[in-house]
Unconditional design. Sequence first.
Length: 148
Amino acid sequence: MANVSIKFNNKEFLLACEDGQEEHLEELLIQINQKFNNLKNDLGNLGENKLLLITAVKIMDEYYETKKKVDQKKDELNDLSNKFKELKTLIYDYKDKKESEIEKLNLDHENFKKEIDSSQKKYENLIEEAADQISNFVKKAKSENISK
């Protein structure tokens, strides 16, 4: 434990604190002393105890106002976090939906390609059959013309 000598309201005090916290304690006491002296100047000398009580009340008021603001900011941060999670879920849902649509389009494309290949083969077969029939018809017509 470390000891810190401070002056408050023109009186010397020796306070103990954990090692390494001396500077922090001195900073806090400077702030308290400043608030105490400001109240003393504003209100006059009401007595040390009353001024200490008013100083403590003012410090607690500032503490609770700060705490309220911090809690409000935490709530705002939680709201933003929830909105971000909701947005993230919507994005992933949208991505999954689009991937599913792309997969369906790729499948439809493959099926369409197979259908085109099948139609092309049928068309080629139909042309071959028609060519064979025309060829047979021409041969038959020539042979009938020759026999006449």
